[in-house]
Design a protein around this ligand. Structure first.
Ligand code: KIV
Length: 273
């Protein structure tokens, strides 16, 4: 298996991602909601940046993803997409921006594409949203699916337990993935399902799968950046690997600053005019 992204300096597109799946090159994805994080991710070589509705939890402080609005997603996407040069930028369509009618879903996706420089959108659901995916992607907007654990339905499911653990549920998820592919999705996020099912879905469809807690056999992986940096510590699912402890580093810096100000050690002479 090669680990090189094809065409490394060129813009990542749906075609690049498909080529990566076909060549067995893993696709690296993370979330961003602001220009600075997006620039760091892009410079580091990330393939896809998701302006996720997880912004509701880790930026706005809400208990779920439900409250974030389309206007707010557009605001964050503008901040991200204006700086990104190489990665593909995908925006989550938030709860209630695509569920009522197919026309409204297309209007919401159209607003994202008109008002930001995003390259596509993501919706949660399988067969239930196939018509929506067909409409949006049929109109030329790259559309990503998201099945397994779906945070916008968390209150219905009553918790964050893994999905697809019974054979019946696993079959349903395979059918959902097939339906999304047939509807024109260019990739599918698989969240919190057994690794064996992640592998099975990845083999059953030709488009890339992006796993978050779905095992190493997915075509790519995604994490919420605030989780992998150790910034958001309110809950720690098993699938999050911590690559830094930024909350601890920030806490230390803030305490030191307060102590320096209060003790008269900041600013010193070289920090003054
Ligand atoms: O909103 C988000 O960040 C997501 C990822 C967890 C896939 O949907």
């Amino acid at each position: 298996m090669s680990t090189e992204t094809p065409q490394t300096s060129k813009r990542v597109t749906t075609r690049t991602l498909q080529e990566m799946k076909d060549a067995g090159v893993p696709i690296a994805c993370l979330t961003a909601y602001d220009f600075l994080t997006a620039r760091l991710l892009d410079d580091a070589g990330i393939d896809l940046i998701l302006v996720g509705d997880s912004v509701s939890n880790v930026f706005q402080g809400n208990p779920t993803t439900l409250p974030v609005t389309l206007d707010e997603m557009i605001y964050h996407t503008k901040a991200v997409s204006r700086i990104v040069r190489r990665a593909m930028v995908i925006t989550d369509l938030p709860f209630m921006s695509y569920q009522v009618t197919t026309e409204e879903a297309f209007r919401s996706a159209g607003r994202v594409m008109k008002e930001t420089l995003a390259h596509g959108v993501k919706v949660e659901g399988g067969r239930r949203v196939a018509k929506v995916v067909e409409k949006i992607s049929g109109e030329g907007i790259p559309t990503m699916g998201h099945i397994g654990l779906m945070p916008q339905s968390i209150l219905k499911f009553g918790g964050y337990r893994p999905r697809g653990t019974s054979e019946a549920e696993a079959e349903e998820l395979v059918d959902d993935a097939m339906a999304l592919q047939e509807a024109g999705a260019f990739a599918i996020v698989l969240e919190k399902i057994p690794a064996t099912l992640g592998a099975r879905i990845t083999e059953s469809i030709s488009i890339p799968t992006i796993g978050i807690g779905a095992g190493v056999q997915c075509s790519g992986q995604i994490l919420v950046t605030h989780d992998m940096l150790g910034l958001f510590e309110d809950f720690r699912p098993r699938f999050v690997r911590r690559y830094a402890a930024l909350a601890d580093a920030m806490d230390e810096a803030f305490r030191q600053y307060i102590q320096d100000v209060k003790s008269g050690h900041f600013p010193n002479e070289s920090e003054s005019y």
